[in-house]
Design a protein around this ligand. Structure first.
Ligand SMILES: NC(=O)c1ccc[n+]([C@@H]2O[C@H](COP(=O)([O-])OP(=O)(O)OC[C@H]3O[C@@H](n4cnc5c(N)ncnc54)[C@H](O)[C@@H]3O)[C@@H](O)[C@H]2O)c1
Length: 262
């Protein structure tokens, strides 16, 4: 029970990494507020948590909308009297070159991945400052640490998330607030399987090519990111702030198999 009696909010918790994190947070004793644009998916996460005797509620939220984000955070604060953990996880990507990215795709990518994190910080920080504690986790990516052709705009957003998280850690550490970001590699979720691999001419070949770039020689599972989120959220990480934690099978620390060795 690493998160016993903690009140947590997870955005984008209707699917993938957000859903796995919501389930694990609840299993570790947290009350989870599931926030997602997709009401049906968010309610399914809530039902899954309740079926395992966990505590969860749903609030439909568009992370790109300041009114929605303010309402989400204010409602949770009024209902529970505190917010211990904010996991700004919602995100999306388009796999395309910079020149082929439309203005609308730029806006959606930046607004969901970066503005959504900014709004989460903006509205939760004053509450955590007043209570003198809090752990915030912001979802970045290995693509925020190094370039990944086809994900240029996404990289710009995720790189922004990493630096915004460091800035928040620096500004609010003295109030007992920790802020870290997570940098997953390729994780088996609908985002990866439908929006990325599913759009390739040969998804199986693309997956094999991808896997070969990972020192662990496989893709990751949402549970493996969820357990890193639990660690950062928990008191076990009490002296860890301003970090960008890779959950990437070694990808971000590997220059590539430049000359093969047996
Ligand atoms: N899957 C990966 O390989 C991978 C790798 C690195 C980083 N990430 C990041 O992890 C996060 C979760 O990704 P995932 O793979 O679980 O994706 P997913 O598509 O499975 O889930 C994303 C969830 O976010 C919700 N969402 C999208 N836009 C929203 C908005 N404006 N407001 C509220 N909710 C919104 C969706 O409805 C969905 O439930 C994203 O930020 C993504 O960029 C994923």
């Amino acid at each position: 029970m690493q998160l016993k009696d903690k009140i947590s909010i997870i955005t984008g918790a209707g699917s993938g990494i957000g859903r796995s994190s919501a389930l694990l947070f609840a299993k570790e004793g947290a009350t989870v507020v599931v926030a997602d644009l997709n009401e049906q998916a968010g309610m399914e996460t809530v039902e899954l948590i309740r079926s395992q005797d966990g505590q969860a509620t749903f609030q439909q939220t568009d992370v790109t909308n300041a009114t929605d984000m303010n309402r989400l955070i204010d409602t949770v604060h009024r209902q529970f009297g505190k917010i211990d953990i904010m996991f700004n996880n919602a995100g999306l990507e388009y796999f395309t070159t910079i020149a082929d990215t439309t203005e609308e795709e730029w806006d959606r990518t930046i607004n969901t991945n970066l503005k959504g994190v900014f709004l989460g910080l903006k509205f939760v920080l004053p509450i955590m400052k007043a209570q003198g504690s809090g752990s915030i986790i912001n979802m970045a990516s290995v693509a925020g640490l190094a370039a990944w052709p086809g994900l240029g705009v996404y990289s710009a957003a995720k790189g922004g998330v990493i630096l915004l998280s460091k800035a928040a850690a620096a500004e609010y550490g003295k109030f007992g607030i920790r802020v870290n970001s997570l940098c997953p590699g390729s994780i088996r979720t609908p985002l990866l399987e439908e929006q990325f691999l599913g759009k390739m001419d040969d998804p199986a070949a693309a997956e094999a090519q991808l896997r070969n770039h990972y020192p662990l020689n496989r893709l990751g599972n949402p549970d493996e990111v969820a357990s890193a989120a639990v660690f950062l959220a928990s008191d076990s990480a009490s002296f860890i702030t301003g970090q960008a934690l890779g959950v990437d099978g070694g990808l971000s620390s590997f220059v590539g198999d430049l000359i093969s060795i047996k």
